[in-house]
Design a protein around this ligand. Structure first.
Ligand code: NAP
Length: 318
């Protein structure tokens, strides 16, 4: 990407979109196109097509989506599948119609089967049943991946997808009803410390293992892929997307202990084993991206410290 070419980031106020925005600005990209939802509802096909017609972005990074943790996915599956399909259909087809040179679609590691061999390789996509708690969201993301591949196959469009692991960092969602595990733990332990609670109760048994990547690393990977990887490099290897992650996981129990230590909470951690764990292990095989020359930089403990500081400074505005 040339530093003066026009890049549209959808979802620029979200955790991922805002990190990509920061990364592009830090790298000196000067022609970044963004729109607030009130000015451009990505669910509205005619508005999205009018926007592309008027603004003609050269590059598109789609970080807009309906996103949430297990509880939100399980409670609102219709909204998750409808909104995600609608947003990505509008953006991908408008990008094709108005001649976008390259488009990056973001999925998530929940696209892989529930019983997927670990670590999960790109070739494991669609080799088994999905985790039922987030299958609606996963199906929408799989549709987006195959849509990018199909536009390459039929039209030669340079549209490709990356699948990040669990992300965390500034602008994360700390609302306990819809947040992912890591920001939820930060908030719970912070509030327990402030309220001098004797114990904190967590969902599940704590044995489930998850992989986490700081969102600034993910944004750096997204720009790396935009700069160095062509759709044909991916599809010619008989894969549909590239994994992005740290390539190592941690149990929820160990994560909870790390976060409570960083926050300085001294009480007890209790597990509500009647609540679901979700998939027991979830770790991406990131060797393809690493062989292409990218590597993460921010360690988990350093990233949690930084995110906790961000949370303390911003929680009253969230
Ligand atoms: N968070 C993770 O751990 C994670 C992991 C892997 C992959 N990803 C992927 O990264 C992408 C972004 O996730 P995120 O965590 O950054 O989510 P997020 O913080 O909820 O941000 C989503 C963004 O999309 C925007 N948006 C949603 N519906 C819209 C609509 N109809 N019109 C316009 N804008 C709309 C939101 O706008 P408002 O600000 O107005 O709400 C928000 O800015 C998703 O594709 C997700 O699958 C995330």
């Amino acid at each position: 990407m040339n530093k003066s070419q026009k890049i549209f980031i959808s979802g620029h106020k979200g955790m991922v979109g805002s990190a990509i925005h920061r990364e592009l600005q830090n790298q000196g990209f000067s022609n970044i196109l963004i729109r607030d939802r009130k000015d451009l509802d990505l669910m509205e096909k005619s508005s999205v097509f009018q926007f592309f017609k008027e603004n003609k972005p050269t590059f598109v990074i789609n970080a807009a989506a309906r996103v949430g943790g297990i509880h939100a996915n399980n409670t609102f599956p219709a909204e998750f599948i409808y909104q995600n399909l609608q947003i990505q259909n509008n953006i991908i087809h408008a990008a094709h119609t108005y001649g976008v040179e390259k488009l990056l679609f973001l999925g998530s590691s929940c696209i892989y089967p529930r019983e997927c061999p670990q670590p999960m390789q790109e070739t494991h996509l669609m080799t088994g049943h999905l985790e039922p708690t987030n299958d609606a969201y996963a199906i929408a993301k799989i549709a987006g991946i195959i849509m990018c591949q199909s536009y390459y196959r039929q039209y030669g469009d340079n549209f490709l997808s990356i699948m990040p692991c669990n992300l965390y960092g500034p602008n994360d969602n700390f609302d306990l009803a819809s947040s992912h595990v890591l920001p939820a733990l930060i908030r719970k332990f912070h509030e327990a410390k402030m309220n001098q609670q004797a114990s904190v109760t967590l969902w599940g048994t704590g044995i489930a293992r998850r992989e986490f990547l700081h969102v600034d690393d993910m944004a750096n990977a997204a720009v790396f892929v935009m700069n160095h990887i062509h759709a044909k490099d991916i599809y010619s290897q008989n894969i549909t997307h590239l994994n992005v992650g740290a390539g190592k996981d941690i149990s929820i129990k160990a994560l909870a202990e790390m976060i409570s230590d960083i926050i300085g909470y001294k009480g007890q951690i209790v597990y509500n084993t009647e609540q679901p764990d979700g998939m027991l292990v979830k770790c991406l095989d990131v060797s393809r991206l690493y062989q292409l020359g990218w590597h993460y930089r921010i360690s988990l403990s350093e990233g949690i410290r930084q995110t906790y500081n961000w949370y303390k400074q911003n929680k009253d505005n969230k």
